[in-house]
Design a protein around this ligand. Structure first.
Ligand SMILES: Nc1ncnc2c1ncn2[C@@H]1O[C@H](COP(=O)(O)OP(=O)(O)O)[C@@H](O)[C@H]1O
Ligand SMILES: [Mg+2]
Length: 291
């Protein structure tokens, strides 16, 4: 499955979520997992995993039409968890220095790369560029599961609302991941949902689970309690399933410090807080019935 991790605004924790999810799939679920860092020149997933890539996905572009498992293995950097990182090239432009700033991974090249990754990995996690650039729009179409990471502040909510409106109107699952949550936040979940669903086309609004049930699940997530299953009435209401709350991740300075300073994925440290919430999110994706 291709899992695209998106955000409308930088700094919300997209790379942290993408790299930790990939580490959890590989380490705890023993699934062949790839992590594709899609931000040429600006990628950080190598740092978050304490890896020093010798090659990047840019090395695959000249052979993109004939990619084999061997090519993929040569371009990947292996993490102790087993996950394969396809690091972003360090140069902003690796194809033509005269068109600096252009992402060499065009939508067609991305599709070809993802086709090869799909064949060779159980899960491929995409750390997508922030906002709505061409490769992000292509990733919207390619991902079987879209995770939209956001924080509960007004600018992020407004940008996220616009990003959600740009999603293709299809039946694929889109999961909201609220990050850096702390209790007593002035913006309540009902406001989040009202703001995110406001201008959605009718079919998509129909897919929003009822806010009361989500509120209940939000507080359970935040307390680290088992999240109640959706009621029968709500389940029928949420067909087709298009937008759902997947996780609420707590603010956790200590866990993040080890991750950003030493490249130790917090999901792998057997601690409560952020690491535990990310383990639950990974389990939910691997076993969709679990909550
Ligand atoms: N749950 C969290 N608790 C505390 N700090 C966090 C959390 N998630 C992210 N951060 C902080 O936000 C910064 C940005 O995270 P990052 O994953 O690089 O965001 P993005 O990829 O969305 O730009 C991190 O360096 C970290 O300091
Ligand atoms: Mg990032």
């Amino acid at each position: 499955m291709i899992i695209g991790v998106f955000s409308a605004k930088g700094g919300v924790g997209k790379s942290l979520v993408a790299s930790n999810l990939a580490a959890a799939f590989a380490a705890f679920h023993r699934l062949p997992t790839a992590l594709l860092d899609l931000a040429p020149g600006l990628g950080q997933d190598d740092l978050l995993l304490d890896l020093v890539p010798e090659r990047t996905w840019a090395d695959l572009l000249p052979v993109i039409s004939e990619l084999t498992a061997k090519h993929l293995e040569l371009a990947a950097t292996v993490h102790p968890s087993g996950l394969r990182l396809f690091a972003a090239p360090p140069e902003i432009n690796v194809v033509n220095p005269r068109t600096s700033g252009v992402n060499p991974l065009t939508p067609d090249l991305l599709k070809a790369l993802l086709a090869a990754l799909r064949q060779n990995f159980a899960h491929t996690v995409l750390d997508c560029p922030t906002g709505l650039e061409a490769s992000t729009l292509a990733a919207f179409g390619e991902a079987e599961l879209r995770l939209v990471v956001l924080t509960l502040d007004v600018p992020t909510l407004r940008s996220t609302q616009r990003l959600i409106q740009a999603l293709p109107a299809d039946e694929k699952a889109t999961g909201l991941v609220i990050n850096q949550y702390s209790r007593g936040t002035p913006i309540g979940l009902d406001e989040v949902l009202a703001s995110l669903s406001k201008d959605l086309p009718r079919e998509e609004t129909k897919g929003m689970p009822r806010t009361e049930a989500l509120s209940l699940r939000l507080s359970a997530h935040a307390e680290g309690l088992p999240v109640p299953a959706r009621g029968a009435k709500e389940q029928t209401k949420s067909m087709p399933k298009t937008l759902d709350l997947y996780a609420v991740l707590p603010v956790d300075a200590r866990a993040v410090w080890g991750n950003v300073s030493y490249g130790q994925p917090c999901v792998l440290a057997k601690k409560k807080g952020l690491g535990r919430a990310l383990r639950l999110l990974a389990a939910r994706i691997v076993r969709p019935g679990s909550r």
